[in-house]
Design a protein around this ligand. Structure first.
Ligand SMILES: *Cc1c(COP(=O)(O)O)cnc(C)c1O
Length: 462
C-alpha cells in the first residue's frame, strides 16, 4: 500500500515513511492510495474475534509492505492488553436502539489511547529497523498529550516534547501528563493559549533547522497511523450488534474530524453504516459547513467539552480530497481559499455529496449538562460532556429509528468533573490505576510564549 498527499505534489510514500513524517512536504495530509475492501461474508466471520485479533485483520493490509503479520500481531496484542476492560471497547445499552461505545478504558481514559498506544509501538519498530531517532513535538489542550506520552514513554528512540497552555488545562489532564516520568518525556507549559502552542509546533515543523539535522515526528491526528487504528472499533461495534447483516449508525463527538473520518473509511471498506453523525459543541464550523455549506472561521469558544474546542478541523481536508475526486490541484486551491478566508463554501454538488454522507448537529453547554442529567436519571449512566454531545446529536439527527444508534463515548466522565457537577451529578472517582494521581510528583517546565525560548530549551534537553 502506498500513501499519497492530498495536495498532489509530494511523492508517494510507504506506511513507515508516512508514520515518521506526519505532514507531507507540499503541506498536504497522507491518505492511502486505495482502501482494502471486505465482503459481508468476511466481516460476518469476525464476530467472535477479540479486539486485538480484529485490529490485526483490519490494520494488516495498510502496513504489510513494512511490517510482517506476526510482528503486527505482537504489537496489537500488547497494545490492547494494556486496556482496563476485557472487551477493550464495551457497548452499553441506554435504550431500545440507543447504545454507547465506551472508548475510555485505555490508560489515559480517552479514546486517543486506541491509536496512540499503538503508534508508540509502530514508531519504535520502524526506528529500530532503520537505526534512527525521532524528536516528537506536539501541542495539546488536554487529552492528546497524556495519551501520546503514555504511548511513547517506553520508546528509547523517541524524545517527546509536549506543549500545553500553562494553567489552561484541567488539573486531572495536567497531572496525567506531568506525573509520567521518563528521561525522554518533556512537558512544557507555555505562558499562552492552545493556539500559541499549536502555532509553535507548526512553525517548528515548517523549519526544522533548529534541530541540527534531527527529524520531527507528529502525534496529532494528521498522522495517518492514528486514523488507521480508529477504523477498527467501528467494525467491532457493528459486528457485536449483528453487523454486517444489520446496519448501524454512529454519532461521533467531533473536533479535528479524525475519529469520524475513520468511520467514513470503515463504510468505504464495506461496513454497512446507515448514518454518520458529526456532533459538535459551540465551535461548530463543521456543522455549519455540512448543514448550510457555510465554512467561515469564527473565534474560539471555551466550552465544557474542551477536547472539541477547535476553530478548523485539520482532517476535514482528507474528506474534501475525496469529494473533489482526489484532484490535488483543485483541493490545494480550495483549502488555500478556505484558510485565508477568500473562499467560504464548497462547490454545490460536492457539498451535496457531503450531506449525503454525514448529518450534523451542534450542542451548547447548557444542553450538554441537560443530557448528562437526563441520562443519569433515566438510564443510570454517567456521560462525560463530549459523549453527551454525541448522544444528543444522535437523537436529533436519527432518521432510522429501527437501526441501532451508537454514540462513541470518547472520554471517561472523571476527566471532566466540572461539567458533571454542573449537570447536578456527583463527581466520579478516579479508577484504581489513577487513584493516587493527586499525590504523584509532577515534572514540567514553564516557558514564555516565545518560539526561540522553546526551541533552545528543546535543544538543551536533546
Ligand atoms: C480528541 C477528542 C475528541 C475529538 O476527536 P477528533 O478526532 O479530533 O474529532 C472528542 N472527544 C474527546 C474526549 C477527545 O479527546
Amino acid at each position: 500500500m502506498r500513501y499519497i498527499s492530498t495536495r498532489g505534489k509530494a511523492s508517494s510514500l510507504s506506511f513507515e515513511d508516512v508514520l515518521l513524517t506526519g505532514l507531507a512536504s507540499d503541506g498536504g495530509l497522507y491518505v492511502p492510495e486505495s482502501l482494502p475492501q471486505f465482503s459481508h461474508e468476511e466481516i460476518a466471520s469476525w464476530s467472535k474475534l477479540s479486539y486485538a485479533d480484529l485490529a490485526h485483520k483490519i490494520i494488516l493490509p495498510f502496513v504489510e509492505d513494512d511490517i510482517s503479520s506476526s510482528e503486527l500481531k505482537a504489537m496489537v496484542d500488547e497494545t490492547y492488553a494494556g486496556f482496563n476492560h476485557k472487551a477493550v471497547a464495551p457497548l452499553v445499552q441506554l435504550d431500545q436502539n440507543e447504545w454507547v461505545l465506551e472508548l475510555f478504558h485505555g490508560p489515559t481514559l480517552a479514546f486517543k489511547d486506541f491509536a496512540l498506544q499503538l503508534l508508540g509501538r509502530l514508531m519504535d519498530h520502524a526506528l529500530i529497523k532503520r537505526d534512527k531517532r525521532l524528536v516528537i513535538m506536539g501541542a495539546t489542550s488536554g487529552d492528546t498529550g497524556s495519551a501520546a506520552i503514555e504511548g511513547c514513554r517506553h520508546s528509547e528512540r523517541v524524545q517527546m516534547f509536549i506543549l500545553h497552555p500553562h494553567e489552561r488545562v484541567s488539573e486531572v489532564q495536567r497531572r496525567q501528563m506531568t506525573t509520567l516520568m521518563g528521561d525522554n518525556i518533556h512537558n512544557i507549559a507555555v505562558r499562552g493559549n492552545f493556539d500559541d502552542c499549536q502555532q509553535m509546533v507548526k512553525q517548528s515543523f515548517a523549519d526544522q533547522s533548529f534541530l541540527n539535522g534531527g527529524q520531527l515526528g507528529a502525534v496529532n491526528s494528521i498522522n495517518w497511523a492514528r486514523i488507521m487504528a480508529q477504523i477498527v472499533y467501528y467494525f467491532y461495534a457493528s459486528v457485536a450488534l449483528g453487523g454486517p447483516h444489520r446496519p448501524v449508525s454512529f454519532s461521533v463527538p467531533t473536533g479535528n474530524f479524525g475519529d469520524i473520518y475513520a468511520g467514513y473509511l470503515a463504510k468505504k471498506m464495506g461496513l454497512p453504516i446507515k448514518q454518520l453523525i458529526v456532533a459538535t459543541n459551540e465551535n461548530d464550523i463543521l456543522h455549519r459547513c455540512i448543514s448550510a455549506n457555510q465554512y467561515e472561521k469564527q473565534g474560539l469558544v471555551q466550552t465544557l467539552s474542551p477536547s472539541m474546542d477547535i476553530m478548523v478541523s485539520s482532517n476535514f481536508e482528507r474528506l474534501l480530497f475525496d469529494l473533489y475526486d482526489r484532484d490535488g490541484a483543485a483541493l490545494t486551491e480550495l483549502v488555500t481559499g478556505l484558510n485565508d478566508g477568500t473562499a467560504n463554501s464548497l462547490e454545490p454538488q460536492r457539498w451535496q455529496q457531503a450531506r449525503e454522507l454525514f448529518s450534523s448537529h451542534r450542542v451548547d453547554d447548557e444542553q450538554t449538562c441537560e443530557v448528562i442529567g437526563q441520562v443519569a436519571q433515566e438510564h443510570n449512566y454517567l456521560l462525560d460532556p463530549h459523549s453527551a454531545i454525541g448522544v444528543e446529536a444522535g437523537r436529533v439527527c436519527n432518521q432510522h429509528p429501527e437501526v441501532p444508534m451508537i454514540t462513541l463515548a470518547t472520554a471517561h466522565p472523571v476527566k471532566f468533573p466540572d461539567a458533571v457537577i454542573k449537570a447536578g451529578q456527583a463527581a466520579p472517582e478516579l479508577p484504581v490505576h489513577l487513584s493516587d494521581l493527586h499525590e504523584r510528583p509532577e515534572r514540567c517546565k514553564v516557558l514564555d510564549n516565545d518560539l526561540a525560548t522553546v526551541q533552545s530549551y528543546m535543544m538543551s534537553q536533546l
